[in-house]
Design a protein around this ligand. Sequence first.
Ligand SMILES: [Zn+2]
Length: 387
Amino acid sequence: MEIISLSGFLSKYELNNMISDLDIDETNLSGITTLQEYIDDEQSVNKEGVFCAYSEKEIFEYEYILIEENEFLNELLHEVKCLLSALIKNCSSCDLEKIPYTQQYDDPFNLNTVYDLLSSHSVPQIFISRIGSLKCSCGNDVYQDDPYLEEGELDDWIGEEINFIIDTFGIDLDAAVEFIEFLKMNPMMALYHPIGILISDKIQSREIIGVDIIKKNSTFYRGRKRKFHERRVPFIKEELWNPEVGLPSQGRYNPPGVSNLYLANNIEVVKQEINLGINELVDIAEFHINKDLLVFNTTVTDIDIFANMQKQDDLSFNPEYIFTNFLAQCLAYHGYHGVIYESVKINQGMNVCLFNVEPIKDLDIHYIQESVGKSESESNYDRTSVF
Ligand SMILES: [Zn+2]
């Protein structure tokens, strides 16, 4: 009868690297015994000159041999499955942020898959499918192509929005993640959530970093674009304020219908953000601030929560804006006049979204720069020929 040594078996199936990588003690598994014990049981075996059928090397009495190959292998693979499953902290059904975010906005190939996990621990190709699925800490089965996160990976990656909540309002990660998910499901119910209440209270008490003042006599700009063959006359003062209540679609700092006044700190920012097309011009109003305005300045919080948050035009409701909508509503309700945030288009550019301001009394338009075209470098038409 053929005798197979444990070492011969492990080399034949290239299992040694996996075993040492996962620190498995293979001699504790079933299906094996020492040659000595085997000989004691099976009197017929001649203990002199026993050779392994796989490695063809002589087997010594103290060495392990396989008596139940399948039993041994199943137990080994089960052990591997348990050890590797223990490394899977999150899968796409229990991770609320990183996996879906990376799949949607980033390179999904940056996510490790279960296959990557198995092969990085030297599980031989032929056994990968035999192991089948692993188990996430949530109890969900995860298969070869499924992305997963290891312990700590979620802590390294935290959505900007969530980072902002943690840093500014001193809320821990789990609570912040949970609040964002709650908001996505119940955008109008924020103040029924303890974190929503806490944020609102901190804003009210002014006990947060970022409370700032826009000084009286500061200057800001707002542009309105027009197609010059549809309207040749520049917009007048009254047309350069924010639209009427009910008209605006959802913006970064306004829920649908709420009309806030969005301004920029210089003309270049206005031109970049307004994204002029061919045959379009912009009329730019210069606003003069008539009194000190209490604002929340997100740029001093050190984290730009808005850099990745481009509005998707095809969506009437943008879940990326839910937290900032809530933030703006809290600020407005508690008497702030606005929020300052970085321009995503221009370095050093600032935007401000104002609310609770009374036209003419709190700020007014002092000057209108009419019919501004694209920046010189981009300009491909002569705007003096328009009129
Ligand atoms: Zn999971």
